[in-house]
Design a protein around this ligand. Structure first.
Ligand SMILES: NC(=O)c1ccc[n+]([C@@H]2O[C@H](COP(=O)([O-])OP(=O)(O)OC[C@H]3O[C@@H](n4cnc5c(N)ncnc54)[C@H](O)[C@@H]3O)[C@@H](O)[C@H]2O)c1
Length: 328
């Protein structure tokens, strides 16, 4: 099949490209390399059945052409990460909403199956974990800008479901919970790569707040196995589906685990939220997915643990640090 992956030079998109290319599909990636990296897909370039286009999903004319010639569309392009959302507030909203509008519009016109990733952030300040897809949602005020990411993604969800309702566009909305693994950069506030890298360098590990907030981390390879299955299962069309791992850990315990597993001399440093993100930041205390729906629809069951994730991320950084030292 011909598969279009927007944002395919990013973290999740590039792993998805690897999987689908290995499965024998023709892959086209469109990415503006804003948070993605060429090095994530460099190994695919020059191979048969692979094409990389550096451009934006807001280029509607190009997107129409790419979508018309594709059999499946995975719309992974987005502004991503809490730090980016706080630092570039206008661009964040525009990229998320306008990009998805362009993609859904052409997928509806040409009747293409499309997967729209959303995020566990849409569960907002909900406290009744595990989060189920049909739960009510409580968000903070619009003066707290962190909620802009969740609200823009929620609007994407509404638009996707509206296309399903109005014209039966075969669309699947996936709420990704924290997804981690090799290739994810710590640059945009992603906690696992930042902690592991600091631990390997024996540097202090900054933990925001008191570190009692908890998260669940899913291995990117578990996630990219699930995404194509969702798009090949008609029962998933017009549905919102959680994908993640339900193993929960506090952020402080995560930092301590990264220290222990890498044999590091690092120490945990607690940093107040205002110092880390400035005014207008709020965090969620817990975020645990219910994965019952994905289990029922596609038999989803993550097979990789947090320990696997830390080991895989640490191996990648060790290779990078070795290469940096050799070049110094
Ligand atoms: N990684 C996670 O934990 C996580 C959690 C929840 C949701 N998600 C969602 O999964 C998707 C992929 O996220 P990721 O973690 O791989 O992030 P990422 O930043 O690595 O990937 C996003 C990609 O989109 C590209 N991009 C951004 N704006 C673009 C534009 N206008 N045109 C073309 N390309 C553009 C970036 O360059 C990047 O390669 C996003 O929709 C994100 O919201 C990820």
């Amino acid at each position: 099949m011909k598969i279009l992956i927007t944002g395919g030079a990013g973290f999740v998109g590039s792993h998805l490209a690897d999987k689908l290319h290995a499965d024998g599909h023709d892959i086209t990636i469109i990415d503006n390399l804003s948070t993605g990296r060429y090095s994530n897909v460099e190994h695919l370039e020059g191979q048969e059945r692979f094409r990389l286009i550096i451009d934006t999903v807001l280029n509607a004319r190009l997107m129409e052409e790419l979508i018309r010639e594709s059999d499946r569309v995975f719309h992974m392009a987005s502004a991503v990460g809490v730090r980016l959302i706080m630092e570039r507030p206008v661009e964040t909203i525009e990229t998320i909403f306008r990009g998805t509008d362009v993609v859904l519009g052409f997928c509806a016109r040409y009747r293409k199956r499309v997967l729209i990733p959303s995020t566990s952030e849409v569960y907002g300040k909900g406290t009744s974990v595990p989060f189920r897809e049909d739960d009510d949602i409580l968000k903070g005020s619009t003066s707290k800008h962190r909620w802009a990411y969740a609200c823009a993604k929620e609007l994407d969800e509404f638009l996707a479901l509206a296309h399903w309702k109005e014209s039966r566009l075969p669309v699947v909305v996936v709420r990704l919970f924290n997804t981690v693994g090799p290739r994810q950069t710590g640059q945009y506030g992603m906690v696992v790569p930042r902690f592991v890298k600091a631990a390997l360098k024996n540097e202090p590990i900054p933990v925001h707040g008191d570190g009692s907030q908890s998260r669940c981390f899913g291995h990117v390879l578990d996630v990219v196995e699930a995404l194509p299955k969702l798009l090949e299962t008609p029962a998933c069309f017009g549905q919102v589906i959680n994908i993640g791992n339900a193993q929960e850990i506090t952020i402080k315990a995560l930092a301590e685990k990264a220290i222990e597993m890498t044999g590091s001399r690092s120490e945990v440093h607690l940093i107040p939220y205002e110092e880390a993100y400035g005014e207008g930041f709020e965090d969620m205390q817990r975020r645990v997915p219910s994965i019952d729906k994905a289990k029922k629809l596609i038999g989803f069951q993550p097979t990789r643990s947090l320990e696997n994730i830390i080991n895989d991320v640490a191996s990648e950084f060790r290779r990078e640090l070795k290469a940096e030292m050799a070049n110094a």
